[in-house]
Design a protein around this ligand. Structure first.
Ligand code: FES
Length: 84
């Protein structure tokens, strides 16, 4: 399955089995927002350990590098909101 996710209101294509971080990267998106500390969020480890790629999906924070895309998934930067 492939399709589109929505990042900051923009449709981003993905391929089957692709993580959100990967789909965003392919689309040229590297900036995933800002942590509450002001630190830029981006993919660092790519394996779910650093928590630096946290984004908000359906109201919850999740690691973009671990989240497999589903058609119609809506994601936004956390922008300092912090952990749930
Ligand atoms: S990049 Fe480290 S948890 Fe996602």
């Amino acid at each position: 399955m492939s399709g589109h996710v929505v990042w900051k209101g923009r449709r981003v294509a993905f391929r089957r089995g692709e993580s959100l971080a990967s789909a965003l990267s392919v689309a040229g998106v590297r900036d995933l927002g800002r942590a509450a500390t002001g630190q830029a969020r981006a993919v660092f480890c790519g394996i779910g350990q650093c928590q630096n790629c946290l984004v908000r999906v359906e109201g919850r924070l999740t690691e973009a590098c671990l989240l497999i895309c589903k058609d119609g998934l809506v994601a936004d930067p956390d922008d300092g909101g912090g952990h749930d």
